[in-house]
Ligand binder design. Sequence first.
Ligand SMILES: *Cc1c(COP(=O)(O)O)cnc(C)c1O
Length: 321
Amino acid sequence: MKNLPRIPIAHLPTPIEELPRLSEALGGPRLWVKRDDQTGLAFGGNKTRKLEYLAAEAQAQGALTLITAGAVQSNHCRQTAAAAAKLGFECILVLAGDPSEASSANYLLDRLLGVEVLWANWESRHDDLQRAYERAVKDGREPYLVPYGGSSPTGAAAYAYAIEEMLAQDLDPDWIIFASSSGGTHAGLVAGAHLCGYQGKVLGISIDEPEEILQARVATIASDVTKLLGEPTTFSPESVLVNADYLGLGYGIPSYLEKEAIQVFARHEALLLDPVYTGRVAGGMMDLISKEYFSPDETVLFWHTGGTPALFADKYRQFFA
Ligand SMILES: *Cc1c(COP(=O)(O)O)cnc(C)c1O
């Protein structure tokens, strides 16, 4: 794999830990966790890996401002705000949601990190981001548009390198399971698996998209990542493993599935998950284990993508009470 320009802001490699008490409690396969909740930048998460490459691209273009969008409790926005603060960019966040939502959790951290917030509707968030970007260009603020979820080929490439990192840690699991939403993490892992000859299965649990839509998105980004890394391959949507059985009532609306999983992970391994992404994946994984989807002699790596600050969001206070 070609080396892309990178600014080292993440704590890498992230640890890999075995989860023996959880495996036993679930009567399941051997479980491991990859701690990308520990990437270090203002509580870290998977976007920090992507931002090492995105910020390098922004710097190379002479950008002065990072601009991106997400939900009020977006982990991606909080990590972008942190990268901007650390590297001396200004930061504009286009947040979809209710401005009257108290500044708790990720949104509190955004404010602390010194961002400028513009408000958008959920439905029009992509257009609103585009408009905000054009405005910043006109105002001479030299903005770099960090795509939704950081999932451009440049951002996603970080997860191709992450496969290399995992294999160098001497873990070669039969399965990798993780949260997939804007698709960049998933695409990078798929591309990295191919480029590194990793033979295990890369199973993304969809957080908010139907199976076919996410498969197509991931295949496109993964193909672009291999092109960017100098070894072009075309992935078909059907080759991308997506499970969209756990969408529940939608994005950011946790239910009993997430609540139970968050408690089980906390009480057996003191591993903290989040209500939007990793809690949903863990709930799905527990359901799959109960259905004997994995065979008992297999190893499963739960790739923790972060998001834990959302545990402290006002929005979810009642949920955990
Ligand atoms: C953004 C995010 C994801 C999804 O990653 P994508 O690359 O957008 O698919 C998963 N988990 C957490 C905690 C996230 O913040």
